[in-house]
Design a protein around this ligand. Structure first.
Ligand code: NI
Length: 138
């Protein structure tokens, strides 16, 4: 584990009040953890635009009754197998399937995979959860 560094910061009082209120709502018990998470979130954003290796999950919902959609979804995933770790398929109801694809690797490729899946006719919703391996890539 990394060594802990302590430093003081100066902020307007009303901003600190809003921050304290916000982190209390989110369940944080310390400013340090909340502040650290904010910093990490900003670093992850940079990794997703400039980094070499990221991790995340693509979640999408589609109607498997749409003609050829199931095979198109499968074909796309075969084309992107170098960034796909695993895929989970959940039969939500009679019409709808939910798939969660765990991804790791080139951020541009991962975003492209999400965009292609989202553009398929019959895919109702697709999101990309951006996370990070925490490796220094920037
Ligand atoms: Ni299904």
């Amino acid at each position: 584990m990394a060594e802990i560094s302590r430093f003081g910061i100066s902020l307007p009082g009303d901003l600190v009040d809003k921050f304290d209120k916000l982190i209390k709502q989110k369940g944080y018990t310390s400013r340090s953890k909340a502040f650290g998470d904010l910093i990490r979130q900003e670093i992850i954003k940079v990794e997703w635009t400039e980094g070499k290796e990221i991790a995340g999950a693509i979640t999408f919902v589609y109607d498997h009754h749409k003609s050829d959609l199931l095979s198109k979804v499968t074909n796309v995933q075969h084309d992107f197998q170098d960034v796909i770790i695993s895929t989970q398929h959940i039969h939500l109801d009679h019409h709808n399937c939910l798939e969660i694809i765990a991804v790791k690797g080139d951020p541009k490729k991962v975003q492209s995979l999400k965009d292609i899946l989202k553009s398929l006719k019959g895919v109702k919703h697709a999101t990309l959860g951006m996370s990070s391996t925490g490796k220094e890539v920037i």
